[in-house]
Design a protein around this ligand. Structure first.
Ligand SMILES: Cc1cc2nc3c(=O)[nH]c(=O)nc-3n(C[C@H](O)[C@H](O)[C@H](O)COP(=O)(O)OP(=O)(O)OC[C@H]3O[C@@H](n4cnc5c(N)ncnc54)[C@H](O)[C@@H]3O)c2cc1C
Ligand code: FES
Length: 284
């Protein structure tokens, strides 16, 4: 398939301040940060590696995909999971944060191709930003109307309908409990949508079982699939190898290699799903 890689700006370390932490539901919040001077326009799929601001108690930074970025702010969509995300949620306006970014490879541009993007939970962030990015770049090679987003949450409160205009923007919505939209997960809704409207490629980001289901859909339909993975990370710059995944070694024809490893932080987080060895993917 004909695709174009989006140029990735050089990452750096930045210090910024919280503009607001906006609670969207019992588990999710939007963290809006002021865009520091010199922070480059991030590509969709890029992430920030954020320090948890507590006098050295948290050694490891936490990775978060960019949900939106404009001239003044960077926005992250975060689900409160453990202590790190709880501390980040409790930060007030004006408090300082320190992050590395933008990091990682982006979803590609597919000139003239129709894309179905399948997002589950916080997997919404990079795929929502892709839609914004494409419509803002005014790039004649891609058409924003060729991009259909499918998003699934546990229940209606995880769709953030009062805060984010997903339905008004034409996204297809699913809930596990059927409290809004399609009853089922985003991959199940994508399967129904694919039968109605065939596309040229799938994008996906979300829980691993959902990603595997989307990978099966792509194989059945014989179409391309790019996936964003979320592995546990330490350095996030390709040095420590704690985030590696096994990938098919087909690309290394002629060499005596059966499989090899790629880092999710530096070679990914976006991969061509064909090269991922799904049955050996570590659970995040
Ligand atoms: C490329 C990438 C993009 C991500 N984007 C988002 C996003 O947009 N929004 C969001 O809410 N979450 C995102 N995550 C997951 C997020 O990083 C974790 O939920 C978060 O680090 C949990 O931290 P904690 O201290 O609250 O949880 P704890 O469970 O206490 O974390 C303990 C350790 O495990 C790591 N960890 C735990 N869960 C994950 C996970 N699922 N993925 C990676 N590391 C994990 C933490 O970084 C930390 O080092 C992303 C992860 C990756 C790799
Ligand atoms: S986290 Fe260190 S190599 Fe990816």
């Amino acid at each position: 398939m004909n695709f174009t890689r989006i140029e990735i700006p050089k990452p750096a370390r930045f210090v910024s301040t919280v503009v607001e932490n906006h609670q969207l539901s019992s588990r999710y919040f939007l963290m809006v940060l002021s865009k520091p001077e010199g922070f480059p326009d991030p590509a969709p799929g890029s992430f920030l590696h954020m320090a948890v601001p507590t006098s050295g108690r948290f050694f490891l930074r936490r990775p978060f995909s960019i949900f939106d970025c404009n001239g003044e702010t960077i926005t992250l969509l975060i689900v409160e999971k453990g202590e790190g995300t709880r501390i980040l949620r409790e930060l007030g306006a004006g408090e300082t944060v320190d992050f590395l970014g933008p990091l990682g490879e982006a979803f590609p541009l597919l000139p003239g191709q129709r894309i179905l993007a399948v997002a589950g939970g916080v997997g919404l962030a990079p795929l929502y930003y892709y839609q914004k990015f494409v419509s803002r770049t005014l790039d004649k090679r891609v058409c924003p109307e060729c991009y259909q987003l499918v998003y699934g949450g546990r229940s209606e409160e995880d769709l953030f309908l009062s805060a984010i205009d997903l339905a008004d923007e034409g996204s297809l919505l699913a809930t596990d409990d059927g409290s809004y939209g399609f009853r089922g997960n985003a991959a199940q809704l994508a399967e129904v949508e694919l039968e109605r409207n065939p596309v040229d490629a799938l994008f996906s980001c979300g829980p691993t079982p959902m990603l595997k289901a989307v990978a099966d859909l792509a194989v059945q339909a014989g179409i391309a699939h790019w996936v964003s993975l979320e592995n546990r990370m330490a350095c996030a710059v390709g040095a420590c190898r704690s985030c590696v995944i096994p990938v098919s070694a087909k690309e290394q024809a002629g060499k005596d290699v059966k499989e090899r490893y790629k880092t999710v932080c530096h070679d990914g987080p976006v991969f061509n799903a064909n090269e991922v060895i799904w049955e050996r993917l570590p659970e995040p």
